[in-house]
Design a binder for this molecule. Sequence first.
Ligand SMILES: *Cc1c(COP(=O)(O)O)cnc(C)c1O
Length: 376
Amino acid sequence: MKIPFNRPVAVGPEFAYMQQALQTGKISGDGMFTQRCHSLLEEELGVPRALLTSSCTHALEMSAILLDIQPGDEVIIPSFTFVSTVNAFVLRGARPVFIDVRPDTLNLDENLLAEKITPRTRAIVPVHYAGIACEMDAIMEIAAAHGVAVVEDNAHGLFGRYKGRYLGTFGVMATQSFHETKNFMMGEGGALLINDPALIERAEIVREKGTNRARFFRGQVDKYTWVDIGSSYLPSDMLAAFLLAQLEARERIQQHRQRIWLRYHEQLRAWAEKNDVRQPHIPPEVEPAWHLYYLLLPSLDARQRFIAHMAAHDIKTVFHYLPLHLSDMGRRFGGQVGDCPVTEDVSDRLVRLPLYNDLDEAALQIILNAVEAFSV
Ligand SMILES: *Cc1c(COP(=O)(O)O)cnc(C)c1O
């Protein structure tokens, strides 16, 4: 295809930084570039601790360990999300309780939360879909009233805001993804943001194979030993070097993505109205992170014809997510057709347009023309 759906691109000194990482003589985890990524995230977001991880999936797994999720605990998760959001908790023995999304933002429907909470509920995991914030005031209020933790899956939402406050700073923890399909990339990678300082020390241990290695290197303990459960959740400093260049270019990257996003949004408005296609909705109190641009076609058939039409114009478009409650695993947890009607509906009709960090004006014009040439 001439125009891919996504393309990883270097935006600055990625390779110079990788060379420097090698020259430091240390390319395993927690080297100089990892520390610089941590500081940048902590200072920019104002979070007490940011820890790079080998993926967002692994950051989610860490959050489940840090919350001491036990077999039989319930965790409330939108059915409309990536598998890792739920898998991380199921790995600890949790029972996922799937919740539907709002038809306007496709975010967890906070109005359904109260009926999902039971005495066994331990956590709520909102996903800021497409980088557009969930209704965090309502979610935090219900969680606090029931003593339930909130972990934000912020894979789409880095540098997005809700009522002026950065996404990822609301929950007790938040997880980021730096997979090559996200706004900022290192191939495979992620981060755990920790907003409750009481969890920091254990997070460092869990991330370092259950050892107190981080404290040992800081000279805070005189023995480096096994103290808790854990795994190896650190990325190589080589990858952190690549990521640092991406994070340093955050303003340029976000401005570029915002420009493309708004061009899609404004230029396709008339076409969308005429063809009964719904565009994304941005609530007034939300500043998006401009992660992805989607269209909701009127039917599954129209969506499939749209993807084929775009492919015929050499443009790759994709859909996601299949409802988790209706997946093979979801059904083992009792998921049934009708449990999450909005998710079941939009999952059939959603399509994503190309959006990447060097998508240029010429490609944008080709995409816009191809979309406008499609009629439902
Ligand atoms: C990409 C993504 C993940 C997983 O990220 P990885 O870094 O690939 O593990 C988790 N949740 C959501 C919502 C995502 O989009």
